[in-house]
Ligand binder design. Structure first.
Ligand code: HEC
Length: 209
């Protein structure tokens, strides 16, 4: 084994080069990014999500939403994201700096969700869609997440958060019963509604028409 030092040097340099390329260079490029306010007096962006959104992110990850949905919009003229109305500007590294786990996603079986809270701000819509995507989006291939909801007997009056199924919907509960979101479903919708790109950053301004 007279080549042992050479082998050792080879291994060392491989590790050192990949560490420099993957970790050190990203740290130098993005490590010092901080939330910024474009104008004085404005709140610095991005901001930490409030409420149950972070628990909702956990539900999102556990249920594999990220296998079908990305969270990154491309700039106008680069792919069809802008034309599809998925975002008014491209997303940039600073958008993600407050996230411990960034769920960029690799597949787009469904639409990009980086700005879903801005595009569909309706809580009820999200609950119906998650309960059964066919209600809001006929022909959808998205699986139903009905297990995040529970059927219960209506006691005195219907619960304020019970789902309002459209007339004639075959999956609606029999009379005297209602379907309500579990805490996990509420947190998941909080999370979806928190996904909003409604602010500009120095690196990326809203695309002009
Ligand atoms: C097998 C792939 C698949 C999985 C898994 C999946 N989706 Fe979807 N999703 C789709 C498809 C396809 C659409 C487009 C049709 C529709 O609106 O249902 C969609 C649409 C959506 C929309 C509406 C987007 C829009 O622009 O109209 C939301 C919100 C959404 N999904 C959230 C979720 C969440 C949250 C989860 C996890 C609990 C999830 N999806 C899991 C495929 C998927």
């Amino acid at each position: 084994m007279k080549n042992l030092p050479l082998l050792f040097c080879g291994i060392f340099f491989c590790i050192a080069f990949s560490w420099t390329g993957l970790i050190l260079s990203s740290q130098i490029q993005f490590g010092s990014l901080e939330p910024v306010a474009l104008e004085e007096g404005e709140r610095p962006r991005p901001q930490k999500p409030v409420g149950f959104a972070s628990q909702g992110k956990q539900v999102y990850t556990e249920n594999g939403c990220l296998y079908c949905h990305s969270q990154q919009t491309r700039r106008k003229g680069f792919g069809a994201d802008y034309e599809r109305g998925w975002g008014d500007r491209q997303t940039v590294p600073r958008d993600y700096i407050l996230q411990k786990r960034v769920l960029l996603g690799t597949m787009r079986t469904g639409p990009d969700l980086m700005n879903i809270g801005g595009r569909i701000p309706n809580r009820e819509w999200h609950h119906l869609h998650l309960y059964d995507p066919q209600i809001t989006s006929e022909g959808s291939i998205m699986p139903a997440f009905a297990f995040l909801y529970k059927k219960q007997k209506i006691e005195d009056a219907p619960s304020p958060n019970a789902l309002n199924f459209p007339k004639g919907y075959a999956g609606a509960p029999e009379s005297g019963y209602e379907v309500v979101p579990t805490d996990r479903a509420e947190a998941l919708v909080d999370y979806l509604l928190s996904l909003k790109i409604n602010y500009e950053l120095p690196e990326s301004k809203f695309a002009a028409e």
